[in-house]
Design a protein around this ligand. Structure first.
Ligand code: FAD
Ligand code: NAI
Length: 473
């Protein structure tokens, strides 16, 4: 047992916590980070949900499964002939585990480089102490002037159907199904549902998604969501909207999910595995916030103000455990901003320019407001769209699904939102984020030289379309 004193103690080593710790150390603070995630061997596995069972492994499997789909369905268009194509799921999963490990190790290296003291174990409040807080880190006791809480989120389970990670799967189990299930059910057609559904469909599963809401991807611009839905259905994803999910039963022949469809008819879905992806809940388990009077809201999120300050002096909270979108880059931005605020600087996070990406094929990406949001707010706007069908690079790629759509203010022409469905939307969206950060107008983008042939020309053409003067359509 020892008592170590720090300027900043970060609890949680996900993208919010580890980035906050690095930035705090860069700013000259004596910094500790406590994280309890365990690798399969029981050792530390820094990076949180994102690195271990989220962003990174899901993208690794999306890439493997997309390669498989291309080899089986699209290589022939290029004159490439293959025979005996097969998928070795064990190899694919072990590659994914390798990618995760590289990222875990990368953070260990970054902590060493920046002199962040790392403690593997659970972090919990003991009491407010002189000049800060006493915090347990596993068996050790630390004292910190400032505490940054970055404890992330956990998957929400369906009532009466707890995760067993064997048949009823959260994102964790969904990323390590040992053999391709013949029939895969998904509850919730949100981000995880669509990404995980895509992985296993590409590998050969019959995938059915049951979604409670009547609209597909309700938060996405309607025109973009419709285009994406069309593409997913064409690929063979079965999506039932407006359902009410009832009892889930497990038997010898698999699982059965009772539900009522949009017409009110009682139905049963029989599947071999079931992924439940109906959102995530903020995680404060084991933090012992009660010991210091940490305030939570009715959803269990830590209450913070615009600067990520909690109700306690010098206690901050960031990432999935607080309000706002549950995204790794949002958590990172908040982590940097809080470290800078502790240093007396003016850390800043612009919630209006946080991009969203869904890494399906086609990819879906957006930033700013949707057309339906602008209509609801009564804001006068102009809209322009350009389809990838008319883009030379997309034709060469053999992937012409989708479009770039731009929305700008009717009077000032300032860009209010950019919505993309199509190839490499995840990369294309960055231009829109930069443009919006600099308060660019659609005309600014239209006047900027874009490389030819490139998918980014579709963004330029969408900007031209706002002014009804596309050149290639
Ligand atoms: P987390 O990453 O959840 O990290 C919290 C850490 O704190 C964990 O390591 C946890 O073990 C630790 N911890 C908790 N309590 C304690 C305690 N008391 N003591 C010590 N340690 C503790 N976002 C994107 O932006 N892009 C994506 O592509 C993307 N894909 C995703 C795919 C899936 C399948 C999932 C589930 C999520 C995905 N996300 C994605 C969301 C992203 O993972 C989260 O928004 C992000 O991880 C939140 O970061 P965080 O630091 O707040 O929390
Ligand atoms: P989500 O909020 O994206 O989607 C959940 C879906 O489930 C919604 O469409 C909701 O209407 C539906 N739903 C809720 N209860 C239901 C019920 N009882 N029956 C049927 N449908 C129901 O949540 P998801 O997919 O679990 O992901 C959690 C979060 O993780 C995301 O919101 C996102 O923040 C993050 N994430 C981000 C990714 C990315 O950035 N590419 C990838 C994966 C996750």
């Amino acid at each position: 047992m020892s008592n170590k004193q720090f300027d900043v103690i970060v609890i949680g080593g996900g993208p919010g916590g580890y980035v906050a710790a690095i930035r705090a150390a860069q700013l000259g603070f004596n910094t500790a980070c406590i994280d309890e995630w365990k690798s399969a061997k029981g050792g530390p596995a820094l990076g949180g949900t994102c690195t271990n069972v989220g962003c990174i492994p899901s993208k690794a499997l999306l890439q493997s499964s997309e390669n498989f789909e291309h080899a089986g369905k699209h290589f022939a268009d290029h004159g490439i002939q293959l025979s005996n194509l097969g998928i070795d799921v064990a190899k694919m999963l072990s590659r994914k585990d390798g990618v995760v490990k590289q990222n875990n190790d990368g953070i260990v290296y970054l902590f060493k480089k920046n002199k962040v003291a790392f403690f593997h174990g659970r972090g919990s409040f003991v009491k407010a102490a002189e000049g800060g807080y006493e915090v347990k880190a596993g068996d050790e006791t630390l004292t910190g002037k400032h505490v940054i809480l970055a404890t992330g989120s956990n998957p929400r389970a369906l009532p009466g159907a707890p995760f067993d990670e064997d048949n009823i799967l959260s994102n964790d189990g969904a990323l390590r199904i040992p053999t391709v299930p013949k029939r895969l059910g998904l509850i919730g057609s949100g981000v995880i549902g669509l990404e995980m559904g895509s992985v296993w469909r590409r590998l050969g599963s019959e995938v059915t998604v049951l979604e409670a809401l009547p609209a597909f991807l309700g938060a996405v611009d309607e025109q973009i969501a419709k285009e994406a839905q069309k593409a997913f259905v064409k690929q063979g994803l079965k999506i039932e909207l407006g359902v009410k999910v009832g009892e889930v039963k497990q038997g010898k022949g698999g699982l059965s999910v009772a539900y009522t469809n949009a017409k009110g008819e009682a139905q049963t879905l029989a599947v071999d595995k079931l992924i439940v992806s109906i959102g995530r809940v903020p995680n404060t388990i084991g933090l012992n916030g009660e010991a210091v009077g940490l305030k939570l809201d009715e959803r269990g999120a830590i209450v913070v103000d615009d600067d990520c300050k909690t109700n306690l002096p010098n206690v901050w909270a960031i990432g999935d455990v607080v309000r706002g979108p549950m995204l790794a880059h949002k958590a990172e931005e908040e982590g940097v901003a809080v470290a800078e605020r502790i240093a007396g600087q003016h850390g800043h996070v612009n919630f209006n320019t946080i991009p969203w990406v869904i890494y399906t094929s086609p990819e879906i990406a957006w930033v700013g407001q949707t057309e339906q949001q602008l209509k609801a707010a009564g804001r006068a706007y102009k809209a322009g769209a350009f389809p990838f069908m008319a883009n030379g690079r997309a034709r060469a790629l053999g992937d012409t699904t989708g479009m770039v759509k731009m929305l700008s203010d009717a009077k000032t022409d300032e860009i209010l939102g950019v919505h993309i469905v199509g190839p490499f939307a995840s990369e294309l969206i960055s231009e829109a984020v930069v443009a919006m950060e600099f308060k660019a107008s659609a005309e600014d983008i239209a006047r900027i030289c874009h490389a030819h042939p490139s998918l980014s020309e579709a963004t330029k053409e969408a900007a031209l379309a706002v002014d009804k003067r596309t050149l290639n359509l």
